[in-house]
Design a protein around this ligand. Structure first.
Ligand code: UDP
Length: 492
């Protein structure tokens, strides 16, 4: 009997923490669930950060694709959105297309190393529509993996391809191909969409790359069919392709060190602090890996945190206008004496730059999460039954909040965008509404724990009973295997 062939799956995320993290989670999930080998492609600096700490029992192969940021008008050694100011992110996107010949060569080399046997499947980032032709030329099954929600990405996709706000005078409008999303308010548009005229760098890049998806073999989402049906419906209808909701795939806190981020407040210290707090008493505040708020918003937020009387952990990134790598400057960014008062009363823990988020969200002391509602953060909160206070800032986050608030009932929107003005008193009211023993707060907690159950059920794989997300990943690889058989059958 011939030895069983170990299929190889190639993964290639965009160079940003919000993309690399779910791809790494997917890689570990594929390795564990399917037993396939995984080749993980990225640029040298990202690979070297990942290399230091893949779980010891993982055989994921990390493969560098050559890239020199300074060749593309980017600062030297800038290979990840987390070291770039927001306005340069689009340049990194555009620079990614220069990887096309190297990507093709890597795939050819892989086929060669496996004696002509092709990878079962190439799974790429939502921003890498340009990879589809390469995969097709080599006869490979190609899928896009979205770390965004289906609903959020459906709105984002439709907005970029239709720019509907350019065609109406009103402040509210609906999406021409996604009426189920009801109305969108102009204030929910990310800045780059609001300003897009179809010829700007964001629009030209995204319109080309998103519309290329119709030629991919299907789209995977890090989401759960049960709470993200509308988004799945949109893409099935729009692309006439299979859509596989396979989530949530999440990185455990142990695997987190693998993303190569230093935390200035150690996880141990953070754990000790949380251990000293009563159950359900802490508000966790963080806006992800890329976004920052203005200094005046930061002041109001600090006043609200002080005024609400709750315990809190706040991951503080430098405000807009400061270098992203700037040292923590309490006296310039925060109200006078704030840091000392919070330390003195042990009510607030300020963590500069980066925290071990999953560990925090899974702690019994955490009761709510004030978040920009990036989808990774959202899934991390929901899988632990933590309700959200939403402050969307960019990309599809505005529509994640819409889904979470209007459809799922697990979120209250507290602010919108990086330049909105709000008064701390309003935020205090909303924090108390969600965290206190109010009808709304209790209802949100109940719904969040229902959603947490849904996420567990979707990922269940016990005694032959498979949840919806496990069945979806089986279906993806069955489709890939069928295509491989056809291709190899034709060639033999
Ligand atoms: N993250 C973290 N510590 C931080 C900030 C972010 O571990 O201090 C992780 C977070 O757990 C999530 C990811 O970074 O997995 C952020 O992804 P998300 O989609 O929420 O937002 P983005 O950074 O892409 O805007």
């Amino acid at each position: 009997m011939a030895a069983e062939r170990k299929e190889n799956v190639v993964l290639f995320p965009f160079m940003g923490q919000g993309h690399i993290i779910p791809f790494l989670a997917l890689a570990l999930h594929i390795e564990r669930e399917k037993g396939y080998s995984v080749t993980f492609i990225n640029t040298p600096l990202n690979i070297s950060k990942l290399r230091s700490s893949l779980p010891p029992n993982s055989s994921i192969r990390l493969l560098e694709i050559p890239f020199t940021s300074s060749d593309h008008g980017l600062p030297p050694n800038s290979e990840n959105t987390d070291v770039l100011p927001y306005h340069l992110v689009v340049r990194l996107l555009r620079a990614s297309t220069s990887l096309k010949p190297a990507f093709k060569k890597l795939l050819q080399d892989l086929i060669h190393q496996h004696h002509g046997h092709r990878p079962l499947c190439v799974i790429v980032d939502i921003f890498f529509g340009w990879t589809i032709n390469v995969a097709k030329e080599l006869g490979l099954f190609h899928a896009v993996f979205s770390g965004c929600s289906g609903f959020g990405l459906a709105c984002y996709y439709s907005l970029w391809l239709n720019l509907p706000h350019r065609k109406v005078d009103s402040l509210e409008f609906s999406l021409p191909d996604f009426e189920e999303a009801s109305t969108i308010h102009i204030s929910q548009l990310p800045k780059n969409i609001l300003e897009a005229d179809g010829k700007d760098p964001w629009a030209t890049y995204l319109q080309e790359n998103l519309s290329a998806w119709v030629d991919s073999d299907g789209i995977l989402f890090n989401t759960v069919e049960d709470f993200d049906r509308l988004g799945m419906l949109y893409f099935r209808r729009k692309l006439d392709r299979p859509v596989w909701p396979i989530g949530p795939v999440l990185l455990s806190s142990e695997s987190r060190s693998s993303i190569g981020k230093e935390t200035l407040v150690t996880p141990e210290l953070c754990r000790e602090w949380l251990n000293s707090k009563p159950t359900n008493s802490v508000l966790y505040v963080s806006f992800g890996s890329m976004n920052t708020i203005s200094t005046s918003q930061m002041m109001q937020l600090a006043l609200a945190l002080e005024g609400c009387g709750k315990n809190f952990i706040w991951v503080v990134r430098p405000p807009i206008g400061f270098d992203i790598n700037s040292e923590f400057k309490a006296n310039e960014w925060l109200p006078e004496g704030f840091e000392d008062r919070m330390k003195g009363s042990s009510r607030g823990l300020l963590i500069p730059k980066w925290a071990s988020q999953v560990e925090i969200l899974s702690h019994r002391a955490v009761s709510a999460f004030l978040s920009h509602c990036g989808w990774n953060s959202t899934l991390e909160a929901l899988s632990h039954g933590v309700p959200l206070l939403g402050w969307p800032m960019a990309a599809e986050q505005f529509f994640n909040v819409k889904l979470l608030e209007e459809e799922m009932g697990v979120c209250v929107e507290v602010a919108r965008g990086k330049s909105c003005e709000f008064r701390h008193e309003e935020l205090v009211g909303k924090i108390q509404l969600v965290m206190d023993d109010t009808e709304k707060g209790n209802e949100m907690r109940r719904k969040a724990s229902e959603v947490s159950e849904m996420t567990k059920n979707a990922m269940k794989n016990e005694n032959g009973v498979k949840g919806s997300s496990i069945r979806a990943i089986d279906n993806l690889f069955d489709a890939a295997a069928r295509q491989m058989e056809n291709t190899e059958g034709r060639q033999s």
